[in-house]
Write a protein that binds this ligand. Sequence first.
Ligand SMILES: Nc1ncnc2c1ncn2[C@@H]1O[C@H](COP(=O)(O)OP(=O)(O)OP(=O)(O)O)[C@@H](O)[C@H]1O
Ligand SMILES: [Mg+2]
Length: 457
Amino acid sequence: MNQPMTKTVLVAISRPETAKMVETALISRGVGATMTNNGATARDLIQREPPAIVLAEMELPLAGGLELMELALAQDRTARVVLVSRQDSLREAMAAMRAGAFDVLADPLDLRELGDCLDRLLGGRRAEACDPEAGRSVYGHIIGESKAIRDVFRLVDKVAASDSTVMIYGESGTGKELIARAIHHRSPRCHKPLIPVNCGAIPEELLESELFGHEKGAFTSAIRTRVGRFELADGGTIFLDEIADMSPKLQVKLLRVLQEHKFERIGGAKTLSVDIRVITATNKNLRHAVQEGRFREDLFYRLNVIPVTVPPLRERRTDIPLLVGHFLKRFKETKGGGVQGIDPDAMEKMVHYAWPGNIRELENIIERMVILADGDILTMEDLPGRISEAKPPTPSGAVPRVTEDGVDFNQMVEDFENQLIEQALELAGGVKNQAAKLLNLNRTTLVEKMKKKGMLV
Ligand SMILES: Nc1ncnc2c1ncn2[C@@H]1O[C@H](COP(=O)(O)OP(=O)(O)OP(=O)(O)O)[C@@H](O)[C@H]1O
Ligand SMILES: [Mg+2]
């Protein structure tokens, strides 16, 4: 299995301004790099973990760029090496290219030239990164290479082929709808429609006729016959979003569709039958709703055949730089403007922030920054206060600070509990009995908590 792309880029440059420029340009493309300003260290790093990409300075102390290139190519013939030279001499550059360099850049660097070079360099790598055997960073157009999200992709691959009913859990903005679409598009039903219905946004009566349709004259405002979403989805997939908000009456009707694949339009006498796959999503705890009698238990079990949980962004922080790079590129293309990237300090803050609104929040913030930024590199000044003031995630033992902007008490307590439970489970090798002992909790209490948090579905 290949290493994820982020681990295989080495930057060996001694001039601080140049190093920073290269690092920023890489980060803004969603790529992390190992940085060194010392030739001997670079040599060690290449020997220990042959990088796929090297950006090295010709005049680097202790081992120059040409030597590093030779070493990197000896370890991995397909490695790509870009040399950065303070002597802008054509003869030298030609010699370096002949010796196998991917490109030679003159230092001080020209931002556009650097950008073009990196795009060509990474463009080739990206195609490889889509190879299912490689550390994958793009799944369709869903970005992510953290273990947490790759587990989700793997599950999606497995369930897509089947016709099973899937329930997608996840906080708001985590990408539940994208996952639902990915399941449909990878399924044998992909040539038929995917019909989404937001069950939370529509009042009961409207939702009923939206889903089941109605006959002309079924009620006063029914001036013509209407085909419902279930009929439209025939042969394809229906995606019922925010399912927890569905009224008891509609829950009964939905249950019948699931059991018998049959229903009638409102006011209609004819029974219609449909062939549909059902995918649902919720950001609520449905088991809770069942316990409190707000959601039918029989319906819950019908819908929860294959649960897929999309993790919140704060539990897959390694995806943040990738997503930042992705949205920067997208908004640069659609909104124009001169923003080329984001500096490392600002990126660090983005990585540390808790993202209660998850990817949707990140997307909105990048859009706003791209439009409002003054310079061509986003800095701390461009970040909204709640992000520039974000503290690194609480190291164990420390208590998070309440800031002037206020904090989300419930979220912080929840995060803290999650961390404790995860640590205990890790120490206990996943054995709940043992984990409960480490936490001085009853096993039942621990299991209840885990259920409530959706750690056990
Ligand atoms: N992994 C990802 N890569 C790229 N974009 C993503 C990813 N996940 C989510 N997004 C984007 O974030 C936004 C929110 O995603 P989506 O609507 O799927 O989330 P959701 O969980 O359905 O949210 P809500 O609960 O608010 O309906 C969308 O614009 C989506 O394109
Ligand atoms: Mg949604």
